[in-house]
Design a protein around this ligand. Structure first.
Ligand code: SAH
Length: 377
């Protein structure tokens, strides 16, 4: 399938890629060409709802506008280089970007909904000790075109005559820390919510963060989607080790930022994610501590069985332990669910995503040394 489509013969590099332009950006683009702003909604519909990328097929634009757009703009999508389906129906795509880097996107079908897990960066700079993406280091931020391109491609591949809305939810939980690519992520999330594009309500778009406070404050005002926070520990000492950004934004400040996020947004609850690591963060005492920490934040808690990867040095808590941990939290009034692991055999589960790219930090080297000594805690 030809996925990077333009309808002229000039090299693509000289054409502006409009794939990631939200309505406002398109309106400004058309105004700069001396065109009426309503052209923006026409283009959004063609591209994001009709999968039409050739200006020549956009029949409600004048011939001369089609010709001049073909001269200057295009819609470029990542290229699919691998497509895997797991036994439970979870599907993972490896996507190649224009610069040769690759990223992963995962589709998780359920009875009443379909969730797409979208990446925001090539790799991740945050270095959480239990995450496979972190091991690979960081290369660069994705553009808004590359972020929305994941939804565009998945939608195009999944849509069928029996199911015209295969993707009902998007979670920014793939590779990367979305808050460290704030502008591009927000622009892509606006497109997700745009009526003339994907029309997802803000409840159906979730951003997962390890807890960057200034960006959480901005997001609550600028694009208040559902928020998930990767907590993973009930106290600063342990969280500093598992989620190093905690040294900058410790738990009490994070909880205050979470309370602030929910203010003014009726029924908004924060989803806390907590990966269950055997013998590390899964004791009864830690469950009780966690209940206290979460006590006055409107929230629900997701316990995530740890998904292992080579050389991680961790193992998952047993199901019995996870259930017991959950029961303690439930007794203390915290709504707690255990997240079902999906797509594990194709490495599509939480924290297992790892595209192909070169690390641009010195992290990989450091980790190789750590793995050899076997000491990652
Ligand atoms: N950087 C963002 C989003 C990406 S990770 C964040 O930190 O929230 C999505 C979720 O998967 C996070 O809660 C992350 O902590 C969790 N995760 C990472 N590695 C994991 C692993 N090996 N097993 C289970 N969950 C993991």
């Amino acid at each position: 399938m030809e996925l990077s489509v333009t309808d002229n013969t000039r090299p693509q590099a000289s054409l502006e890629n409009l794939m990631g332009h939200d309505r406002q950006a398109l309106e400004e683009y058309f105004q700069s060409l001396g065109e009426k702003p309503f052209r923006a909604t026409q283009i959004l519909k063609w591209v994001h709802q009709q999968s039409t990328y050739n200006f020549s097929e956009m029949t409600n634009l004048s011939k001369s506008l089609r010709a001049s757009l073909s001269e200057r703009a295009s819609f470029i999508l990542p290229e699919i280089i691998n497509d895997q389906v797991s036994e439970d129906g979870t599907r993972k795509w490896l996507l190649r970007l224009e610069d040769g880097n690759s990223i992963e996107t995962v589709f998780i079908p359920e009875a009443a909904r379909g969730t797409l897990c979208v990446s925001s960066q090539v790799g991740c700079a945050l270095n959480c000790s239990f995450c496979a993406t972190a091991r690979q280091g960081f290369n660069r931020n994705l553009t808004s075109a590359e972020i929305i391109g994941q939804l565009r491609l998945a939608n195009q591949l999944l849509v069928s005559p029996d199911n015209d809305r295969p993707i009902t939810n998007v979670v920014m939980m793939g590779m990367g820390e979305p808050m460290l690519n704030y502008d591009n992520v927000v622009r892509a999330m606006r497109l997700m919510q745009e009526d003339f594009a994907y029309g997802l309500s803000k409840r159906r778009v979730t951003l997962s963060t390890s807890g960057l406070l200034p960006q959480m404050q901005r997001l609550s005002k600028e694009c208040p989607v559902s928020l998930a926070v990767s907590l993973h520990a009930p106290d600063d000492e342990l969280r500093n080790e598992l989620v190093p950004i905690n040294r900058k934004y410790p738990i009490q400040e994070l909880m205050q930022a979470c309370r602030d996020y929910t203010k003014g947004l009726p029924h908004q609850k924060i989803t806390f994610e907590y990966v269950m690591l055997a013998g590390v963060n899964d004791s009864d005492t830690q469950a009780r501590k966690l209940a206290k920490v979460l006590g006055n934040v409107p929230c629900k808690l997701n316990l995530i069985p740890f998904n292992s990867f080579a050389g991680s040095g961790y193992s998952s808590s047993s199901l019995t332990r996870i259930n017991h941990f959950r029961d303690i939290l439930m007794q203390k009034g915290i709504m707690t669910v255990t997240r079902k692991t999906r797509g594990e055999e194709i490495d599509a589960a939480c924290g297992q995503l790892a595209g192909k790219f070169t690390d641009r930090t010195s992290r990989t080297k450091r980790f190789q040394q750590v793995t050899i000594t076997g000491d990652i805690h």
